[in-house]
Ligand binder design. Structure first.
Ligand code: ZN
Length: 491
């Protein structure tokens, strides 16, 4: 059995002004041919899971191209075309294959292409035809379009948020592929999408509404004849016609079963829509709560500048408010290469006045004036621990710790997702010993920070991952759609 593998993985925030280029993919991970297997084999990823199964089952993998970049703004048109072109070229050069396995995110957006994954799948079908199986994995935040589903034999999405099942889902997809090629099963998919968006804060699968929904999904998955149930929470920060929740059920040969199960679960999710909204305090109230909290450290979550949702990581709203209210023992990480340069020029131990953050987009507040002492200069490398995406190199670029009285700023040259306590420790900060730590995130940070968090306060800061969707400048979105529109008749 010969199976082609590859993929394109990027969560694109439509509103971010930072366009994602091919160089961004190169900086993270852009591999072709044999490199794909070599690079991903031992990682905590879907591809690693696919490779596990291939090796166990004696499947010959034909690697094409795998492009992975951390969340940021829309992907440059040339980069979309290049990546799709390389996957297609890999397929054309592969000779006869029995199927195609792809690792996708599901919330990619190009500058002018609203659905790059559907375009990729169309291109794959053009090469291999309509008959061969194509199975993709997707992120829990995928906006799964009908066009994607049309081109796919099956779709296997994560079951968890924070995501901890990359590799098991890769295995599941590859096992389904092997059984399909052997003729043991014939996957049939059905999708139902309620007109419903929800923000990451209400999508955690450990408890709350999504926990209940995933339990139901697993119960349906245990039904005879059902091969997979994929609930996608969606990514509300894609400005596309239909961002949001999707249910895809894969059955063995039974289209009616897949359809009825998808329908049943989608209606259950729709019935919970009142639980899939929330309200979060603004910076003034959140900082007040944080300063008054008894159990330290307080993790003060900067929802609107969620780096893992594609924002710049230089929002100053919470920092400015912490300083204004006279907080002590606070820590914040800010992406600001200009401030890094200034501090390094000034030199270790030097006290200087400068502005930090607020440079990328006015929505994240103006630069914040501070007076601080350069406490540490590092190359930004840190031990990522065993949290997310094991196997990735971890570096914040050149990094400076600036001590502002007894508060500490970690200024980084590169945007870095807060998925590891190693970031702060590499700057000489023991997070458990601090008073308040600003974390620019939604939910994924919990894997790293829950072990030390005394109190968690989520703050509805402004930004392109703000929890108040009504404030976002949607242009392509199709109405009515909950919760932007409260009067929505469905089904
Ligand atoms: Zn995700």
């Amino acid at each position: 059995m010969r199976i082609a593998i590859g993929g394109m993985f990027h969560e694109s925030n439509s509103f971010s002004t930072e366009i994602t280029t091919l160089d961004d993919f190169r900086r993270w991970s852009l591999t072709e041919g044999g490199e794909v297997v070599e690079h991903w084999r031992d990682s905590d990823s879907e591809l690693a899971g696919m490779i596990d199964v291939a090796e166990a089952e004696g499947v010959e993998l034909v690697p094409t191209c795998m492009a992975w970049a951390a969340p940021s703004g829309p992907i440059d048109d040339d980069a979309v075309a290049w990546i799709i072109g390389r996957i297609v070229a890999g397929l054309r050069g592969a000779g006869r294959v029995d199927g195609v396995l792809l690792s996708l995110h599901g919330a990619s957006v190009g500058r002018s292409e609203p659905d790059p994954e559907a375009r990729l799948l169309r291109a794959v079908r053009e090469v291999i035809g309509p008959a061969l199986p194509v199975i993709a994995t997707t992120d829990f935040h995928a906006n799964v379009s009908a066009e994607m589903v049309r081109a796919l034999t099956s779709l296997v999405g994560y079951d968890t948020y924070p995501h901890v099942d990359f590799r098991p889902r890769g295995r599941e997809a590859a096992e389904m592929m092997v059984r399909t090629v052997r003729g043991e099963i014939a996957p049939t998919v059905a999708q139902v999408r309620p007109p419903l968006m929800c923000v990451p804060q209400v999508q955690a699968t450990a408890d709350g509404p999504m926990h209940d929904i995933m339990e139901e999904a697993h119960a349906i998955e245990a039904t005879r004849g059902v091969l997979n149930v994929t609930v996608s929470g969606g990514f509300a920060y894609n400005d596309i016609p239909e961002p949001g929740v999707s249910v895809v059920v894969t059955s063995d040969r039974d289209a009616d079963l897949a359809r009825s199960m998808a329908d049943r679960l989608a209606k259950r999710i729709w019935s919970r829509r009142g639980d899939l909204v929330g309200e979060w305090p603004g910076p003034v109230e959140a900082v007040r709560l944080a300063m008054g909290a008894e159990r330290k450290p307080v993790i003060l979550v900067d929802i609107g500048d969620n780096v893992g949702g594609g924002t710049p990581g230089d929002g100053t709203g919470l920092l400015a408010e912490l300083l204004r209210q006279g907080a002590g023992r606070a820590v914040a990480i800010l992406h600001d290469p200009i401030a890094v340069e200034r501090c390094i020029e000034a030199g270790l131990g030097t006290e200087l006045a400068l502005e930090v953050g607020g440079r990328s987009d006015p929505v994240y507040g103006p630069p914040c004036p501070v007076i601080g002492r350069v406490g540490m200069i590092t190359d930004g490398s840190f031990d990522p621990g065993n949290i997310l995406h094991k196997g990735f190199g971890a570096s914040m670029g050149r990094t400076v710790r600036l001590d502002v009285s007894d508060n500490q700023l970690v200024l980084t040259e590169r945007r870095t997702v807060p998925w590891s306590l190693g970031q702060l420790r590499s700057a000489g900060i023991e997070p458990a010993e601090r008073g308040i730590i600003v974390v620019k995130a939604a939910i994924a940070y919990q894997l790293a920070y829950e072990s030390i968090a005394g109190t968690t306060i989520e703050c509805g800061t402004p930004g392109w991952t703000a929890p108040e969707l009504g404030g976002l400048p949607y242009g392509r979105l199709r109405h009515p759609r909950w919760p932007l529109d409260r009067d929505v008749a469905w089904p």
